[in-house]
Design a protein around this ligand. Sequence first.
Ligand SMILES: [Zn+2]
Length: 294
Amino acid sequence: MKRVHRFYSDNLFLRATSVISTDVVREMCTIQKAAPLATMALGRAVTGAILMAAQLRDKQVVALHFRGNGPLGSIYAEASYEGECRGWCDHPEAAVPFKNGRIDVAAGLGIGLLNVIRSQPFEKAPHIGTVELATSEIGDDIAYYLHQSHQTPSVIALGAVLNTDGQVEVAGGVLIELMPGASDAIISELEASVRTAKPLAEMLSNGCNPIELLTNFVGTIPMNPSEHPFDIKYTCRCSLDRAERSINMLGRDEIKEIVSLGVASNVRCDFCGRSYSISLERLREMLTQFDVMN
Ligand SMILES: [Zn+2]
């Protein structure tokens, strides 16, 4: 249940990924102290990143940076091929009025851009693709990106079901991509089954597994599983070293000011919530290094 399931059709014209992402979404939203709106948006975004990353290769990472003008601000979600993921939101406390009795993610995100950043371990510069936000519902925006940048039509459903306390009850999603050369017959078969599919939230609430989630959307099109033996987990690459570097980037004058306050400096990682304490002694060392350099 904690893995991304990958599938392909007999003729390889369809490929799909499906996941129940409840645990990582819950962990992320607890760290982010996310209110229901941010929980819904972050849940969709990180689930989308997980689904996309599972179609990459070893050690590759995909990051989705939604830069809207709504009250949520920016939303960032990233996942690796191996299932490590993390995410943050500028304003996790943001709220907007319900629309038709539902959380209005589109109003929370507003209009703006989606940057999709793909990085590979041996490439210095990551590949960045940018599209305008299509509907700001997250899933549609990813589909729009795949179509614009990769000429890949897709079906994507991302969702989270919240309990009465606004916390994640269950989250998950499915991504089905049409590969080049897909016949009209398979396209219409997929369209027909998507039209009759049950809503994602209903599937998730009923405790479906990734295979049932996929079948709900592909119907009777035969899909074969493909090995992907990685558990998804909320992971952060932050470290004391990185925290020190971020302080160092503030520059000499700023560090001098921190030292003059006479207390250790705390750096909190936005992704995992971990705090790093940089001692006064270490801050003084950093200052000395600036002086040596000049
Ligand atoms: Zn971290």
